[in-house]
Ligand binder design. Structure first.
Ligand SMILES: [Zn+2]
Length: 464
């Protein structure tokens, strides 16, 4: 059974398998600027999670929101001299393109803030009537002194919270740690009508309203980056538990941040890079593989050379399973996968076990090893990797003939045979027997395999 780490209880807990659906809500992007690598990580690790829950036999209802109105969006749109909507539409499309290229499942629900305003107004109204919120000249605020279990999710103290609050911004709040549910708009700012004056919603109220709108009752998993635990998730929890009589969330699940050489990625560090560049250069599979290598809860170090490493390793996996049909045919490997994934989605453990298993068995029984390869392919497809070798399939028989022609032994891992082939060709080149070396390269080229010389030496499938 899948155990997930719950940020609230700080322990591993079984994801209860009931007859009903597993309801998952992921805090999606604020569409103010192009997605960076951290957005990619959050999308992909929770895509692994949703896919694995489905694979475990449970049905998932998955919602991920789009925050398309917010202070930063307004600021950015003024800078660019376009409307908040133009900016939001453009960036929303960029996110969608990246999600698609990373092969992330499309959520069942993808609500936008600007399309959920009525539900947010209803919820704020409810909180005012229940005396959890109050109206001032600048907006409507949640009164945290009325909510006993405030800060229980993040485990912060009020002192810590106060030291991080900019006190002078909204002077008409009762307590400086109170947070905005509705903000009265200044002149020329986008605004919506409300009982408290024209304005826009605060950020936190959006997710509470959407979750209620979509799922009605308690949800199973609320996920997002661990930078959202405070204040965002703490505030969502305060709002939802105050307004509704049912429990809000069963499992709070948070992913770790991306680090650049030990520094946290952030705009102020000037080290946030755009996700689309990496996807274009390396492809969605390599990015997915990069995220698969780390435990989703821990910080993950990022650099181009680490992506390069992922590319090489993933290329090896692709070559290993080239030409086999995906199928669950090796129960040892299947068990390794289930054991690692059930242990809080321990993907690096699975990879470690898998490589050890491959090394142990690659020189063993050939028929058995083909079953292992089929299973690897199957499991990687479960995790959302796409192998596009159907149309560009190299005829393995032709490849084997070429290898035999050069007296290269056919190995279980065809990669090993090709590398021997390349080594032989390099010997010819070193001995200046270029005609023989060229002949070998051309033979592989005929069947769609490219040999590269120089710094990038190695080989690749022609269409990859
Ligand atoms: Zn949220």
């Amino acid at each position: 059974m899948l155990k997930l780490y719950n940020t609230f209880t700080k322990s591993l807990e079984n994801l209860a398998s009931t007859d009903s659906d597993i309801k998952v809500y992921l805090c999606g992007p604020t569409v103010q600027s192009s997605p960076h690598i951290g957005h990619g990580r959050s999308a992909v690790v929770f895509d692994f999670m949703v896919r694995y829950i489905k694979y475990s036999g449970m049905n998932v209802i998955f919602a991920r929101n789009i925050t398309d109105i917010d202070d930063k969006i307004i600021e950015k749109s003024i800078e660019e001299n376009i409307s908040y909507k133009e900016l939001g539409d453009r960036v929303t499309k960029e996110f969608k393109d990246s999600y698609d290229k990373l092969n992330c499942l499309t959520p069942d629900f993808e609500p936008k803030a600007t399309e959920t305003i009525d539900q947010m107004i209803d919820l704020i109204d409810d909180l005012i009537r229940k005396d959890y919120a109050y109206v001032t000249k600048s907006g409507v605020y949640f009164d945290v002194s009325k909510y006993d279990s405030y800060l229980e999710l993040s485990g912060r103290s009020f002192d810590e919270v106060l030291s991080g609050t900019r006190v002078n911004i909204e002077e008409d709040k009762k307590n400086s740690e109170d947070f905005a549910l509705w903000k009265i708009s200044k002149e020329n700012e986008p605004s919506w009508k409300s009982p408290w004056g024209s304005g826009r919603p605060g950020w936190h109220i959006e997710c509470s309203a959407m979750i209620h709108d979509i799922f009605k009752g308690e949800i199973d998993i609320h996920c997002g980056g661990n930078d959202l635990i405070f204040p965002h998730h703490e505030n969502e929890r305060a709002q939802s538990t105050s307004a509704f009589s049912h429990n809000f969330v069963k499992h709070w699940v948070h992913n770790g941040m991306i680090n650049f050489s030990g520094k946290k990625m952030s705009k102020s560090e000037g080290n946030s890079k755009f996700l689309a560049e990496y996807i274009d250069n390396y492809g969605g599979n390599v990015l997915r593989y990069f995220f698969l290598r780390a435990n989703y809860r821990k910080p993950q170090e990022f650099s181009e050379s680490l992506l390069e490493e992922s590319k090489v390793t993933f290329n090896n996996i692709e070559s290993l399973i080239y030409g086999v049909e995906a199928g669950l045919e090796d129960s040892n490997l299947e068990k390794m996968f289930n054991d690692a994934m059930n242990d809080d989605l321990n993907t690096p453990k699975f990879l470690g076990d898998m490589f050890e298993y491959i090394n142990k068995n690659k020189n063993g029984n050939r028929t058995q090893f083909i079953k292992t390869k089929s299973t690897i392919k199957y499991l990687f497809e479960i995790l959302g990797f796409v192998f596009e070798d159907k149309e560009q399939k190299v005829d393995i028989k032709l490849l084997e003939n070429i290898l035999i022609e050069q007296n290269i032994q056919i190995e279980n891992d065809i990669n090993v045979s090709i590398n021997k082939f390349i080594a032989k060709r390099n010997e010819y080149r070193n001995n200046k027997e270029f005609e023989k070396a060229d002949y070998m390269r051309n033979r592989l080229d005929e069947i769609g395999i490219v040999i590269e010389d120089g710094n990038e030496s190695g080989w690749r499938w022609k269409n990859s």
